[in-house]
Design a protein around this ligand. Structure first.
Ligand code: GDD
Ligand code: MN
Length: 391
């Protein structure tokens, strides 16, 4: 029977939750051809091994094991892309999401009981009429509501819970948006709505958000920073790339580091000026590299040997950037520009140079393969008939 529904479940150290979750899914999805796609980011508590074993035992359980990667959104996207089911649900592994809603959500997507063609996306909302937040702390609830308001600004969609991690969509919607998703952070639903080329037909069902079954939450403060970056990217990213903004912020911090070290080395411990300047520059560049690797390019983070190569190429890029900066500033100055302007423009050109070169070479983006889409002439698959069974 062709698979009708895929349930994509991101996991990071959820070993105690997998079996109870599968038992519940078995119960509520009986009669539906479904599969579970677990996307595991190299858990250290035995989740991966457990998933491997279950996937061996059961045809409808798969494990997508990612190594050296993380991020809830990208895990969900890769899980969704790995299935060919016409309907795809995303839910957490920790049993906070009420699995009994799944059959109803599927019926809504398929248009059963509705006029017309059915919906594109059905969201289980913690804020729709009839929902509840369970034991959410009031601080967390307030935070959620602020996030929701900001998100509405970005998507324009009438989602009551754009931050929900529990929803179901049609495969076509994924195909339409997959290439424009930002994939950063943990707000996959928000990303989908903000990236869709057309308004999506939306349905909502109320969710009673439950207690986590076992294990601990993975969403920390860094995740909040990522959320802010995603929002900013969707709001003004087309005008000023947010990556560039982060790069400049890191650069400004680097200037502060540089000046403090220079003061310390030159004035404090009495090094010669050139030596002090050299040491301050080297340290500031290294700090900049580290911070950019940590934040600006956290999705392309370099590790191990690639970290060292990246650092070397960053030194070279910045050294050339400094020469360009000096050249521009000097020519403007001799042309009669006031010194602060000449200095600022030199530094700006240098920063743009550093950003361009380092994002092309140091943190090079993996190159996407060209997309070939045959339209009508896809070869048909003819099942082979065994010999001797005439028709
Ligand atoms: N593969 C993978 N990689 N899975 C992850 C990662 C990751 O980097 N981070 C978290 N997960 C998995 C967890 O194992 C869990 O199954 C699910 O994603 C949700 O993580 P939790 O740590 O339980 O998140 P939460 O309960 O604090 O947040 C939930 O509520 C938010 C709304 O406040 C999630 O549903 C969020 O998506 C939702 O926005
Ligand atoms: Mn949770």
């Amino acid at each position: 029977m062709p698979v009708e529904l895929a349930v994509v479940i991101p996991t990071l150290n959820e070993v105690g939750n997998i079996v109870p979750l599968l038992q519940r899914l078995d119960r509520v999805l009986a009669g539906i051809a479904w599969e579970a796609v677990f996307v595991d980011d190299d858990s250290t508590d035995g989740t991966t091994e457990l998933l491997r074993r279950l996937a061996q035992e059961r045809a409808n359980v798969r494990c997508l094991h990612r190594i050296g990667r993380s991020g809830l959104s990208s895990a969900c996207i890769e899980g969704m892309l790995s299935t060919s089911a016409p309907h795809i649900a995303v839910m957490d592994a920790d049993l906070q999401h009420d699995e009994t809603l799944l059959p109803g959500m599927l019926a809504m997507l398929k248009g059963e009981g509705l006029k017309g063609e059915g919906l594109d996306v059905v969201v289980a909302s913690r804020f729709a009429e009839g929902s509840s937040l369970g034991s959410f702390s009031s601080a967390r609830e307030r935070l959620s509501r602020v996030g929701i308001r900001l998100s509405r600004l970005v998507t324009g969609a009438r989602l009551t819970d754009p931050l929900s991690g529990f929803f179901m969509l049609k495969r076509d919607v994924l195909e339409e948006t997959a290439r424009t998703l930002s994939g950063q952070g943990f707000k996959i639903l928000l990303d989908l709505f903000a990236s869709a080329p057309r308004p999506l037909r939306l349905g909502e069902v109320p969710l009673h958000f439950r207690q986590r079954h076992s294990g601990t939450s993975k969403l920390d403060t860094l995740v909040m920073l990522e959320f802010a970056i995603l929002l900013a990217d969707k709001l003004v990213g087309r005008v000023i790339p947010i990556r560039f903004v982060l790069f400049v912020l890191v650069g400004l911090f680097g200037v502060a580091v540089h000046l403090s070290l220079l003061a310390l080395a030159y004035r404090g411990i009495g090094m010669g000026f050139l030596g002090a300047q050299f040491a301050a520059t080297a340290v500031a560049m290294t700090v900049n590299f580290y911070l950019n690797n940590q934040f600006t390019y956290r999705d392309r983070r370099l590790k191990g040997r690639r970290f060292l190569w990246g650092l070397a190429s960053f030194y070279v890029a910045c050294a050339i950037g400094a020469v360009v900066n000096l050249q521009v500033a000097e020519s403007l100055f001799t042309l009669g520009a006031p010194w602060p302007l000449a200095g600022l423009l030199g530094a700006t050109v240098g920063a743009v140079w550093n950003f361009g070169v380092s994002s092309t070479f140091t943190w090079a983006k993996p190159r996407p393969r060209p997309v070939v889409r045959p339209d009508a002439d896809v070869p048909r698959f003819e099942p082979v008939r065994p010999h001797g069974t005439g028709d």
